[in-house]
Design a protein around this ligand. Structure first.
Ligand code: SF4
Ligand code: MSK
Length: 630
């Protein structure tokens, strides 16, 4: 077993030793067996888009195969692979959103799903010009949901939410012909265009990648966030705890892992059922302990304070504790290895989505029509499994940290309204935030997001960059597994302001917020887009003018490539701590890290050293400030 890049996460070493003793295989065993990763894949110069291939281009210029059998160059192959990765990422996020919209479409007064946030629904109905006159709330909900579902397949027009972007940004998209149309159309078009014998022109592939990514950023993801808030409520500031230490020795532990809140919300409801709580006690447990992981963990912690067991990298470790009665999964970021790992313990691994059936899992299909009945049945299974726990195999790490989270845009503005805006009687504005940036009290802002990746030390890049930035008066907003890294490191607390520079510390004290704000799950990066765009509009500027950046220090998923592309296409520079699989084309690397700036006012930066990355972020932020003359 090789886990040479471990060490930052204090819970890992002991649990990996335990896994070894238990005969349980982990990602580190598999990584060691993998030896070196494929050099062609690493550079993005392998193509298998047709069965004349696979073709791989020699990484050495002028030596070996320089073209595929069809004549595709390394530039074309790299750009096509990148485009397909964007399409896969966009599909995942947007299909998740589609499910949530269907949930609103079936919501009713006496059903499992209700409208928890009617104000947000009414605002959206107004924005989308849905007639609400004389209609009851559920009729409006269903009509708004129908309009939203058309965003996936409408034959004409562009995404409705692009009108939320600052006007200069909308003009850039229009001029470049990258205004996103229907989401499914963009994905289908990119798959078509990257089929053998279609687009070989690299700039065109980049433009299509941007347009497709925008259909998610200002379409699928944004709808995912909006509709989740309408059905389950907009997150508000609340406290929780994070890390594997939240697993309880004497309770029925249930891990919620994946992304889709329509499932996890119902599990939360089921776990509050008095009969099931009694059943847990009758079976010798003190109660039911729900814990979350990855983005489903973010969804339920922001709305219910459900504790966070950990982030992406810790999914195996949660099972290795030997104290997990059930792992309940829906979609995305779930290792196929988990069912087998669960067999080493008493843990029941239950897959619930027809979109993510898993080899070796117990499959109990979740169906929104019978949502609560099904989740009660699943929770019952977990409870009945408590008696099977082998106490000699239990090892729960003690580590856990307190965290404040739930900072939706509405919650941030609410804080500003209470302490700053109320003095001027101008409410619901981000002006105080833009004022402190303009005054230099805060130098800028960074959205730090994304996954874990075994290529770098677990959580180290997230935490190093976060600490460095807040120390230098750059406020951080965060989502996804990066947010959970921050929670575990104790950075989502009011006390963390002591690690901030003087300006940021004063802002935190005055407004009553931590220096790093947890804004949600991966789809909620749309909240960050919304916040940045509000500041741009407030100043009459474009996003690319602001001293703000996106950062994905430890990203790994196709979704992350889609996100990074829409963030850059929205005018926000994006720093990647893991180099994407594009280095086989110097020309495509130059497009991403240089030429895009002329086109969309922002570009990618690749920097794997987190300390250097933080330095480069600060330099870029100061450069933007200089350009603004502030
Ligand atoms: Fe090879 Fe071209 Fe087929 Fe790709 S599309 S596998 S480069 S022949
Ligand atoms: S869960 S996409 S590992 S952030 Fe959204 Fe975490 Fe990345 Fe999955």
């Amino acid at each position: 077993m090789s886990h040479e890049v471990l060490g930052f996460d204090v819970t890992a070493d002991a649990l990996l030793e335990k896994a070894k003793r238990d005969g349980a295989e982990t990602m580190w065993d598999r990584k060691a067996a993998m030896k070196a990763s494929c050099g062609f894949g690493e550079k993005g110069i392998c193509c298998k888009n047709c069965s004349m291939g696979p073709c791989r281009i020699s990484p050495v210029e002028g030596k070996g195969a320089q073209k595929g059998i069809c004549g595709a160059t390394a530039d074309t192959i790299v750009a096509r692979n990148f485009a397909r990765t964007v399409a896969a990422g966009v599909s995942s996020h947007s299909d998740h959103a589609r499910d949530i919209i269907h949930v609103l479409h079936m919501a009713s007064e006496d059903g499992n799903y209700k409208v928890k946030n009617p104000e947000k629904l009414m605002k959206l109905a107004k924005e989308w010009e849905v007639d609400t006159e004389g209609k009851e709330i559920y009729q409006i909900a269903h009509e708004v949901a129908e309009v939203a579902l058309m965003e996936f397949g409408k034959p004409f027009g562009t995404q409705r939410f692009i009108k939320r972007a600052p006007e200069p940004r909308q003009k850039i998209w229009k001029d470049l012909n990258i205004e996103p149309r229907a989401i499914d159309r963009e994905v289908a078009t990119i798959l078509h265009s990257t089929h053998i014998g279609c687009t070989s022109e690299v700039d065109s592939l980049m433009d299509m990648s941007m347009r497709t990514s925008l259909s998610n950023g200002w379409g699928g993801s944004m709808m995912g966030t909006e509709f989740t808030d309408i059905v389950f409520g907009t997150p508000t500031a609340r406290s929780t705890e994070a890390n594997l230490g939240v697993i309880e020795e004497n309770m029925v532990n249930i891990l919620l892992h994946g992304h889709d809140p329509s499932f996890s919300e119902m599990v939360v409801l089921a776990a509050e059922d008095p009969e099931l709580m009694k059943l847990a006690k009758d079976n010798g447990a003190e109660g039911i302990n729900l814990v979350g992981m990855c983005c489903t963990g973010n969804e339920v912690t922001m709305r219910h304070g459900v504790k966070i067991a950990g982030n992406f990298y810790q999914q195996e470790m949660a099972i290795v504790t030997g104290a997990m009665e059930a792992v309940l999964v829906d979609v995305q970021c779930i290792y196929p290895a988990l069912p087998k790992l669960a067999e080493c313990y008493h843990t029941k691994f239950i897959a619930t989505s027809p979109k993510a059936k898993m080899e070796g899992a117990t499959y109990i299909e979740f169906n929104e029509e019978h949502a609560l009945d099904i989740t009660k049945k699943i929770v019952r299974e977990a409870i009945l499994n408590y008696k099977n726990r082998d106490r000699t195999k239990v090892m729960i790490p003690q580590q856990k940290s307190k965290a404040m989270l739930g900072y939706s845009v509405e919650t941030i503005i609410d804080h500003l309204d209470k302490v700053v805006n109320s003095q001027t009687d101008v409410f619901e504005t981000v002006k105080p935030l833009s004022d402190v940036i303009w005054a230099g009290v805060i130098r800028g802002a960074a959205g730090i997001v994304g996954c874990n990746n075994p290529k770098v030390q677990h959580d180290n890049s997230h935490i190093t960059i976060m600490k460095e930035l807040i120390k230098n008066d750059i406020i951080v907003v965060t989502t996804g597994c990066a947010a959970q890294a921050a929670a575990k490191a104790g950075l989502l607390t009011m006390e963390a302001k002591e690690l901030a520079g003087r300006g940021l510390r004063e802002v935190c004290e005055r407004v009553g917020i931590p220096p790093i704000l947890h804004m949600g799950s991966c789809v909620d990066i749309s909240r960050i887009l919304d916040l940045v765009s509000r500041v741009s509009k407030e100043r009459g500027l474009d996003n690319s003018n602001l001293p703000v950046v996106g950062v994905a220090p430890e990203w790994m998923s196709e979704k992350a490539v889609g996100i990074g592309t829409y963030v850059v296409s929205s005018g926000i520079d994006t720093f990647l701590g893991i180099t994407p699989q594009v280095t086989g084309s110097a020309r495509f690397v130059d497009i991403l890290t240089n030429q895009l700036e002329d086109k969309v006012g922002a570009k990618f930066f690749f920097e794997e050293d987190p300390t250097v990355c933080a330095q480069k972020i600060m330099e870029r932020i100061e450069e933007k400030r200089d350009r603004l003359g502030i």
